[in-house]
Design a protein around this ligand. Sequence first.
Ligand SMILES: [Fe+2]
Ligand SMILES: [Fe+2]
Length: 471
Amino acid sequence: MSTVDLSAKIPNNVGLKDDKRLMRALESWQPKFLDWWRETGPTDFNADQIYLRTAIGVGKGGWAHFDYVKMPEYRWGIFLADPVEHRKIHFGDHLGEAAWNEVPGEQRNRLRRLIVTQGDTEPASVEQQRLLGHTAPSIYDLRSLFQVNVEEGRHLWAMVYLLHTYFGADGREEAEALLQRRSGNADHPRILEAFNRPIETWVDFFCFTTFTDRDGKYQLASLAESGFDPLARTTQFMLTEEAYHMQTGENGVGRIIHRTGTLMKEGKDPRKEGALPLEIIQKYVNYWSSGSYDLFGGEDSTNAAEAFAAGLKGRYREGDGIYKDPKALNASYRLAVPEGGHMVEREIPLRRAMNALLLEAYAADCRRIVDRWNRDLKALGVDAQITLPSTRFHRYQGVYANQPFTPSGELIAREEWQKRKDEWLPSDADRKYVASLMKPVYELGKIANWISPPHQGVNDKPWDWEYVKFH
Ligand SMILES: [Fe+2]
Ligand SMILES: [Fe+2]
């Protein structure tokens, strides 16, 4: 078991106090991180007391502590899951070799890029969400937003720890750059597209936490298989926190749907009641799920093949022994691709399809979430359903990029797509309508009219408890 040092300037279980150089380097990065938080985080709420969970260790069950805290005083720490003794690499060309505790020289650049790309998404989402605190539908939701925000901040710390510890001067440079890029900035954008899209409303936020944080889960899960042990252990612990982010999304969208369904059941028009028609919810689901599909990268990717071969990035749950061939050799993957207005089947080596496999696992997970929403609609006695769009729909990356597919995955003429796209994606009018509903409700026990209250609160408190004490 690792020793947890909670009294240190940077709480950690990585023995920082025994590595003075590293400690000094991280302690000099810390004020820059706080400057970044004060400049681009939920700044207008820095003086309020928020009831937040803070990671204080990695033991199962008792890893978190809840209390009121002002966000800039949150104790962002560095926590890695405990090491597994004699851990072996369990996939790729190095199958059976001992896991690495140092960066293998020939994989240095690739590994650094993986860590930087993951690290970049963490502060990006905080930037994207920075104004949402002004329009939360309830105090409960306001707290959830801030919980997600501070934990994304901690995830940035996790990646910066790896950069500082294992990548020398270029790692330190990358750690600085992570604080300099800005979501949506024309000159210094964040690396991935979905993290440059503005999250303007709470409908966007709940869809983002459902679909984009869930992409995060799959990326982290594939890195948690890594032969580079510190990366595996860091991402493994991040997944613990990530679960709450996805829950926030799934429950958030679910509560919107529940509210809409309840009104429909009563024979009311959701729009006249100031709630969200199902068609609009569907368009937001289409927009954020398809944007998240892009985060998996190309379905046919030599880059992904190399990361797998090198033992850096495994398949989803690779370590559970669910794949017959841990080397993924001598097998192929069938991919339908558009060619000259038709779909043709192509066969590619399995290793090149690693992104496609991860996307498949992700889409199956998303489908389970959508099914849960639909079961609720059915229970309410509403006929209509939400559907998850095909992974071909509205793509900008991979083999389906910029091709006119319908949400059900059918290739159509470009003009038809143009004509119909407002049926499938939020139009300006939809966005305006949704924005018009976004009014803060900060009275205890009250909640906005477009969303149902949650079934339960946080840490055994009721949902209408005072999770935020305004200064
Ligand atoms: Fe994260
Ligand atoms: Fe997250």
